[in-house]
Each structure stands twice: as C-alpha cells, then as structure tokens.
Design a protein around this ligand. Structure first.
Ligand code: FDA
Length: 302
C-alpha cells in the first residue's frame, strides 16, 4: 500500500497540467507549513528567525523541469536576487538549486552559462551553491557542469543519493567537495537503484561514514532519528570534529528536533519558497504519506 501511495504522489508531482495550475494559486493544501512563502520578503523573515536559533539556511527558489528559455532566465534572475539579499542582509544562508530549473533539459551550454553567472556572483560574496540532484536522467550532466565550474570557483557542491547502486563511485569522484548525502527522493528504475528501504538505509550509513572519514565537509540530510543517532555515535568514536559536518532537515518537518540538534551541532534548514511549490510538496507526500496530516489539518482549519 505504501509503495502504491508513493508512486501515486510521484506521478502527481510530475503532472504538467497540475504543476501549471498550482502556479496560478498561492500556497494551498497545507503546503504553507513546509514552504516558507512565495516571495523574498517572507523568506528573509524566516531566515532571520532561524538564524537567531543558531540555524543556518539553504534557500531553494522552487522550480524544476523547465523547458522554456524565458522561464530559466527568470529563475536565474530570482536566484541572483536571493544571493544579493543574503549578502546585503548578512544572513547565514546559502543556495540550493536544481540544474533543470536553469535549462539542463533542453540546452546544456545555456544552462552552464546561467549556472556560471550564479556561482560567480555567489563566489564574490563567499556564498556556497549546492546543486540538488534530481533523476538519473540528468544526474551525470549535472555532475559534469558542477565539476566544470569547480575548476573556476570553489563554492560549489552537490548531493549524493544513496539509492543508486553506484553511489559509492559518485561519492569518491567528489571526495574533495562539500557534499550533502541523502537517501533519494525520486522514482528510479530497479536496474539502477535499490528499491528496498533496508538496502537504501544500509548504503546511506556507509556513504555518510565514508565522507565523514575521507571527505571535505558532510551535510547529513535526513529526518531519520536512527540515522542521526548512528552519526552521533560514529563522530564521537572517530573523533570527527564538529566543524566537518552538519545535519540538515527540510523546513517544517520535525521542528523540535531541528532546534534541539542546533544546540549541539552545526545545523541547516532547507528552506523552499516561491510559486512552484507543487512538485516539491507532492514529493514530500510520496516520501511519507503521514505528511497528509498537513493537508487534512489545512482542510479542516478552513
Ligand atoms: P525516511 O523518509 O526514510 O524516514 C525514516 C524514518 O524517520 C521514518 O520511518 C520515521 O520513523 C522517521 N521520520 C521521517 N520523517 C519524519 C517526520 N516528518 N516526522 C516524524 N518522523 C519522521 N533528495 C534527492 O533526491 N535530491 C536532493 O537534492 C535532496 N535534497 C534534500 C535536502 C534535505 C535537507 C533533505 C532533508 C532531504 C533531501 N532530499 C533530497 C530528500 C531525501 O532524499 C529523502 O527522500 C527524504 O529526506 C526522506 O528520507 P529521510 O532520510 O528523511 O527519512
């Protein structure tokens, strides 16, 4: 049953008609509790509140699977604006972006140029840019673009998804980068990725340990208390300094746990905002159908 629900919400997340429809409305269906608003002013308020709690932020100006040049240029303009605001307001924040938002699906060189403008501007201000990883279809193109930019700028890093059979190869390729390690959020074919939760979890711990021991900086991005407990024990046993890693969670999930971890470790909240909330929100429902609570609460509060 859980597997069917996952497929159902993932299919909804990719439905172009629903994506376009949702853009016309403000945040709906309970998305308000996990998306920090639709404009920059709203997100800045949230960053300031979280920074006061010793929580840094990675800001995602929502958007993905873009197929029009004008839309990609609009996304670039919006991300550049967030970078300027982070700098001007001296916020403890960096950027997460999706390369398909900037044209990767239709013109790789155009996408590279958009990314270069973003990474170059952020580099001037010492702001880190994370390339979120999407499906296997764009994974290696995204890695290549990031690697090419890394030759010029050192403020880029990416994400390793533990459900892929070759995740270990991916992590070794980017050993010298700042990496976020996750389980993986998309539906991938069974000849490329583990589908069994126990396999994904076991690989996840292996990758985290590898990067903590050999890598530059590790962002452990999970809401899974078992993984967090494992990491806490592992860093203690291996004398890994607290400045070599952080925990990350998504805005609106396990908030008390986020605040508590921030009193002991570096902690970063992933803060999505903008009008393209729909695909992001559907993937959160796919990951954990209990997140439907958010929808139900919203419907009954009205
Ligand atoms: P998982 O969903 O496996 O849950 C494990 C257990 O934790 C549950 O059984 C439950 O006990 C507990 N739990 C989880 N959520 C809970 C909640 N809300 N309340 C109470 N208990 C809860 N993916 C991707 O493919 N590319 C990317 O770039 C990113 N980026 C990213 C950034 C950040 C900051 C995060 C946190 C996640 C991502 N992801 C991602 C998503 C990631 O791949 C994954 O799909 C989700 O984090 C879900 O997996 P978890 O490890 O959080 O726990």
């Amino acid at each position: 049953m859980a597997v069917n629900l996952r497929d159902f919400f993932i299919a909804l997340s990719e439905n172009k008609v629903l994506i376009a429809g949702a853009q016309k409305f403000g945040l709906r269906l309970g998305a308000q509790s996990v998306v920090a608003g639709t404009n920059v002013d709203e997100v800045v308020k949230t960053i300031k509140r979280l920074n006061n709690q010793n929580i840094s932020c990675t800001v995602d100006n929502l958007g993905e699977f873009v197929f029009e040049e004008a839309e990609a240029l609009e996304a670039k303009k919006n991300i550049l604006n967030v970078i300027e605001v982070i700098h001007a307001e001296k916020l403890d924040a960096h950027i997460s972006l999706k390369p398909t938002q900037l044209g990767l699906n239709f013109d790789k060189e155009f996408c590279y140029n958009n990314l270069r403008d973003i990474v170059g501007t952020a580099h001037k201000y010492g702001i880190f840019i994370n390339f979120d990883t999407e499906t296997h279809e764009t994974l290696y193109e995204s890695f290549d673009l990031m690697e090419r930019l890394h030759e010029e700028f050192d403020n880029v890093g990416t994400v390793i998804q533990s459900y892929f059979f070759n995740a270990q190869e991916n992590i070794e390729r980017f050993k010298d980068y700042r990496l976020r390690i996750v389980k993986g959020a998309y539906k991938e074919p069974a000849d490329l990725a583990y589908t069994d939760k126990a396999d994904i979890d076991a690989n996840y711990l292996k990758l985290i340990e590898y990067h903590l021991l050999h890598g530059k900086f590790t962002s452990i991005a999970t809401h899974d208390h078992n993984v967090i407990a494992h990491v806490e024990k592992f860093v203690k046993e291996n004398n890994i300094s607290h400045d070599k890693f952080e925990f990350q969670m998504l805005y609106g999930f396990r908030t008390e746990m986020q605040e508590d971890l921030a009193t002991q470790y570096n902690f970063c909240t992933y803060l999505p905002f903008g009008k393209d909330w729909y695909g992001y929100f559907m993937r959160r429902l796919a990951e954990r159908p209990q997140n439907m609570e958010l929808v139900v609460k919203q419907v009954f509060n009205k």
